[in-house]
Design a binder for this molecule. Structure first.
Ligand code: URA
Length: 215
């Protein structure tokens, strides 16, 4: 477990008392994120649900249990990864996040990603995938693929675990395939992006558009 930097602790302290949007009025706890600050693998969901709001930790309900099982299937424990959501506070009755709430909150996620600097970022479900890849394409078409992404990370979209719990058995099977891809990418030798000037135009385009998202 890597000890977080003082900068990261300050970010979390700021988030824990954030009142930048209306969700601060209805939340029980801010759900900043959990896991290893030095993680190579980071998961990003949509927003805390009821259990997460009560406990202050992401993915602690049934969806979280499935996430743990899928991780165990590729030999990884929950404590070795970092888990966060796009929104840090629960929308009432789990309604969809609103654009101004995303706008108020996205700086926290951007800084989490920048400071943790994971090799692989996994978006869970349509919402996080569309936002972070800046696409309107649905998760069913995007899952199972890898995208060269911001700060040299590889982004892998997969279904939201809740979709596997309520959907056809094939959804879980496809998530298992996606987790096998995650394992494969983690097993590849790390690329040193600091020295790379040979990045393709395509990769740079993705990075430029992500900078717009996170600025
Ligand atoms: N769903 C999410 O997207 N995030 C959580 O933390 C829990 C459920």
């Amino acid at each position: 477990m890597t000890i977080p930097t003082p900068e990261f602790e300050a970010l979390r302290d700021r988030a824990l008392v954030c009142t930048d949007c209306r969700l601060s009025e209805t939340r029980t706890n801010v759900v900043f994120g959990v896991g290893d600050f030095g993680a190579d693998l980071m998961f990003i969901g949509e927003a805390p649900g009821k259990n997460e709001d009560l406990q202050g930790e992401p993915f602690v309900g049934a969806a979280g249990q499935l996430l743990d099982e899928l991780l165990a299937g590729i030999g990884i424990e929950r404590g070795e990864v970092y888990i966060a959501n796009v929104l840090k506070c629960r929308p009432p009755n789990n309604r969809d996040p609103r654009p101004d709430e995303i706008e108020s909150c996205k700086g926290y996620l951007r800084e989490q990603i920048r400071m943790i600097s994971p090799r692989v970022v996994v978006t869970l479900g349509n919402f996080a995938t569309k936002l972070l890849l800046r696409t309107e394409t649905g998760i069913t078409r995007l899952r199972g693929q890898r995208f060269d992404w911001w700060l040299g990370a590889t982004l892998v979209p997969t279904f939201h675990p809740a979709a596997a719990l309520r959907g056809r058995p094939q959804v879980r099977e496809q998530m298992e395939e996606d987790f096998a891809l995650i394992r494969q990418i983690l097993d590849e030798p790390p690329v040193d992006h600091s020295e790379s000037d040979g990045a393709s135009d395509e990769v740079l385009m993705v990075e430029d558009s992500q900078m717009e998202l996170f600025n």
